[in-house]
Design a protein around this ligand. Structure first.
Ligand code: ZN
Length: 365
């Protein structure tokens, strides 16, 4: 395990300032001071040896990645699109895409000399970080909400995480901030409000999804991603950008963000990601009233759209997938409901080739 020597710095996605390699859990320091939290993106020395460089080489692994990409002619026909694939991230070791991020982030934490990783999560991220911390010999400190499902809570505890419960989602962030700023814990999630993306090295872990899709399906026209704070949306976009820079693809696919109610679409109207748009939803893994600049930029750079999917529409899509033998959590099934909406709006047509990222089946941990 070692840091990639080709990693030459991190660049702010808002002000383009270049910083030396290191840990910036709060994103760009100068944009934060100006009141605009902004993610940093990794910059690598161009190399012919790796198409898809990652920050940590030979990271701690539990076997994440290389997940199945299933083509469904039946869904493509029913939706009126050319081709449709399901990228099944539930096949990762703890049952969600988060394992890809945890492998890079927890490896970096250990290389940086941290003994603890602190995170705010009541679901997939917490379970994943707990497992990878166990693999790395680090202590996971997870701030959960009181409504954290028993399955997830027990999984985190079995992996040895210490849990602290809070009444509401936003209440967790000051606790995690204190652990990271004052007690030397390594940040496993955002803790700012308004938020920024997770540690840039962790988000890089999502890039290989683009490569796997490309190897299996070629270059799709559209990729649909369930989204809360946009780490996955942004990370997969970074992967497509890497392929584009290498001349392997002539364009980026449009990256569409599925959300349970209007957050990104409202932020797009003003160009400001810092609002708070709280509403109830059963789409647990993409709930929460905040969004991020990286989400807005992923849409802008790829020409994608935010797509609102109601709980009822997501539940209907979940049943359709179950009748095909595919278990998904509600927020993953929402990606299928988003296809229907995008087809009706004319964004998708009979020539479209579409990949849905099914983030988790919600049953494991
Ligand atoms: Zn900046």
């Amino acid at each position: 395990m070692l840091m990639n020597p080709a990693l030459s710095g991190l660049r702010c996605i808002r002000c383009a300032t270049l910083f030396p390699p290191g840990d910036y859990p709060e994103g760009c320091p100068s944009c934060l001071e100006a009141g605009h939290p902004a993610s940093l993106e990794c910059v690598y020395t161009p190399s012919t040896s790796s198409v898809m460089p990652l920050p940590v080489l030979h990271p701690i692994t539990l076997g994440e990645g290389d997940t199945p990409c299933l083509e469904s002619a039946a869904l493509a026909q029913a939706e009126g699109v050319g081709r449709l694939w399901l990228k099944c991230e539930s096949a990762n070791p703890t049952g969600s895409h988060k394992d890809r991020m945890a492998a890079q982030l927890v490896s970096r934490a250990r290389l940086a000399g941290a003994t603890r990783v602190a995170a705010a999560s009541s679901g997939n991220a917490g379970v994943s970080l707990a497992a990878y911390c166990a693999a790395a010999g680090l202590q996971a400190e997870i701030a959960i909400t009181r409504n954290c499902p028993a399955l997830q809570r027990e999984a985190m505890q079995r992996f040895g995480a210490r849990l602290t419960a809070f009444e509401d989602s936003l209440g967790r962030w000051p606790h995690v901030a204190q652990l990271c700023r004052e007690q030397g814990a390594f940040a496993g999630t955002n803790y700012l409000n308004p938020p920024t993306g997770t540690h840039a090295y962790g988000v890089e872990g999502y890039k290989p999804i683009a490569r796997e899709i490309f190897d299996h399906c070629g270059l799709p026209t559209d990729v649909i991603v369930p989204t809360a704070r946009g780490d996955l949306l942004w990370g997969v976009l970074l992967g497509w950008q890497a392929l584009h820079r290498q001349g392997l693809i002539p364009r980026l696919p449009r990256m569409h963000a599925v959300e349970p109610y209007a957050r990104l679409s409202r932020a797009l109207q003003t160009g400001d990601a810092r609002g708070l748009w709280e509403a109830g939803t059963d789409q647990y893994s993409i709930a929460g009233g905040t969004t991020t600049l990286q989400s807005l930029q992923a849409l802008a750079r790829s020409g994608g759209l935010p797509v609102e999917v109601s709980d009822a529409a997501a539940a209907q899509a979940q049943q359709r997938l179950e009748r095909m033998g595919l278990g998904t959590e509600l927020s993953s099934a929402a990606a299928l409901a988003a296809v229907t909406r995008l087809r009706r709006s004319g964004m998708l047509d009979a020539e479209s080739s579409v990949v849905l990222i099914l983030t988790s089946d919600g049953r494991r941990g």
